[in-house]
Design a protein around this ligand. Structure first.
Ligand code: ADP
Length: 483
């Protein structure tokens, strides 16, 4: 099998680079629903990473004008929108999510380029009003240099778009490292960006086993910033690897989001929002509700709203029409979900729906049904760790201080949601939640124009909005003495 099975010139280019570098190791990308091999790519390893950084370093020396960057971002936005269907199909093929969701992901990704383009004028050099010490003071936002961008498989195009849009707007050249399960849709997206006129040297990409590549990205002197989305464990590894080289990091790590339904909430709206939030990407997102806290007075009424919605969800191949939930990314993902459900039941939780999937016999075909658990307690694995699967785990609570304590417990601080009709309560709770993103009467996750990122061990650094661009800049101040 060769990459010729997919019409991706960039794959052929990566193959040529592998030949030049003497790299022979290869890896296969498979459809997680069927196991069908989609393509084979070279594992470019440390040599490929060094090559990509060296090329990007040369390109980084040419700082494009802000207007040039704005134009690139705008054409990328349009290019992605134009290809939403074909890119969406490829996302479904390699990631498994239902096709409408995959197409929506491309639109979401495009939005980050549009939002970054809109912010570009704010990057212009500014002169401070105050003339201290007989000087004029200018503040300049310079590109930080080469940015290494590392992303996971759950949003193969959008996760990179969040980083790339900020880095390009800042004027950086990048080296992108997509997840080994889902590099293809990103490669096609990059190809579209090249056709739109962004220089190839500015859009470096390297694929293969993560650790050898990661070691180069963390230590190469030309890399100034490593922006990563993924597990807390790998985030810690990156911190340790980059520390001797004093590189900047932006880390978007695990979530374990609380979703709180107070007794005065609109229960139908809360149930709708929970289903939309929880089952996006089959529950494999870092912002999806992992711990659902429902006030004891409305616990059963809320279940009456929720349960039929879960029963109506259809599981299957994401390319089939009417499918709401694709497969989990692989057997390892399935094992974690299964472990969480079994652990909860063993510790006294009630299993109301699901939890009965056949164990996958291969790495693929890891389908898991929508699952509903009640009686969740803090010591259960489903409460302690991100489940990353279609499990709604409900705990009941008695009062506001107790639910706040439970919601804020643990190391994570990425996203939280609360439902109440009382605006004063909403403000009080928002003030006390230690999460970087809070939805009030909505289950919506991040949006391109707003800065998104974590508190506590969910990481630091922001993506989206102006903050997501400044992440990739160095601020230079110039004090010029009055003549
Ligand atoms: P997940 O568990 O969601 O796959 P990971 O944190 O393992 O999350 O992976 C997220 C991204 O980080 C992927 O692109 C993966 O290849 C990459 N990655 C994993 N380990 C390393 C590493 N040691 N160095 C660099 N990248 C890594």
């Amino acid at each position: 099998m060769t990459t010729a099975s997919l019409p991706i010139d960039l794959c052929a280019r990566l193959d040529r680079r592998a030949t030049e570098l003497g790299v022979t190791r290869r890896f296969v990308i498979r459809n997680p629903a069927t196991g069908e091999p989609l393509a084979e790519l070279p594992d470019l390893g440390a040599a490929g990473a060094r090559w990509a950084v060296d090329v990007a370093a040369q390109e980084a020396a040419n700082v494009p004008s802000i207007e040039q960057r704005r134009q690139w971002l705008s054409v990328i936005e349009q290019t992605l929108l134009d290809r939403r269907e074909s890119l969406g199909r490829l996302i479904t093929l390699e990631n498994g999510k239902p096709l409408p969701e995959a197409v929506a992901e491309v639109v979401y990704a495009a939005g980050f380029f549009g939002a970054a383009a809109a912010c570009c004028p704010e990057l212009a050099e500014a002169t401070l009003a105050e003339r201290a010490r007989g000087c004029a003071w200018r503040v300049r936002r310079r590109p930080a240099g080469v940015a290494a961008l590392i992303t996971p498989w759950n949003f193969p195009v959008a996760m990179m778009a969040k980083k790339l849009s900020g880095a390009l707007a800042a004027g950086c050249a990048v080296v992108m490292k997509p997840a080994e399960q889902t590099p293809l849709s990103l490669l096609v997206a990059i190809e579209a960006m090249l056709e739109a006129g962004v220089p190839a040297e500015r859009l470096g990409v390297v694929v293969g086993r993560p650790e050898p590549i990661g070691r180069v990205l963390c230590s190469h002197p030309a890399v100034r910033i490593v922006s990563f989305t993924g597990s807390t464990e790998v985030g810690r590894w990156l911190m340790a690897e980059t520390a001797p080289h004093v590189k900047r990091l932006a880390l978007e790590l695990g979530g374990n989001a609380p979703f709180i339904v107070f007794q005065d909430a609109d229960l139908a709206a809360a149930a709708d929002a929970l289903v939309a939030n929880k089952f996006r990407a089959g529950g494999q997102t870092c912002v999806c509700a992992n711990r659902v806290f429902v006030h004891e007075a409305i616990h059963d009424a809320f279940l009456d709203h929720l349960r039929p919605k879960l029963e109506a969800l259809r599981v299957g191949d994401g390319l089939e029409e009417g499918v709401d939930l694709g497969p989990l990314i692989d057997r390892k993902g399935w094992e974690k979900v299964d472990r969480h459900v079994r652990d909860a039941v063993a510790r006294g939780a009630r299993l109301l729906l699901g939890g009965d999937a056949p164990r996958p016999t291969q790495e693929w075909g890891a389908f898991y049904p929508p699952t509903l658990l009640t009686g969740i307690q803090p010591e259960m694995a489903v409460c302690q760790e991100e489940t990353f699967g279609p499990v709604v785990a409900i705990a009941s609570f008695r009062d506001e201080p107790a639910v706040l304590e439970a919601a804020n417990a643990g190391i994570h601080g990425l996203a939280a949601y609360l439902f109440t009709r009382d605006p004063a309560r909403a403000e009080r709770v928002v003030d006390q939640l230690t999460f970087g993103h809070v939805g009030v009467n909505t289950g919506t996750g991040p949006a391109p124009h707003a800065p998104f990122g974590g508190m506590k061990q969910s990481g630091f650094g922001r993506e989206g909005g102006l903050d997501g661009i400044l992440e990739f800049t160095d601020t230079q101040v110039v004090a010029t003495a009055d003549a």
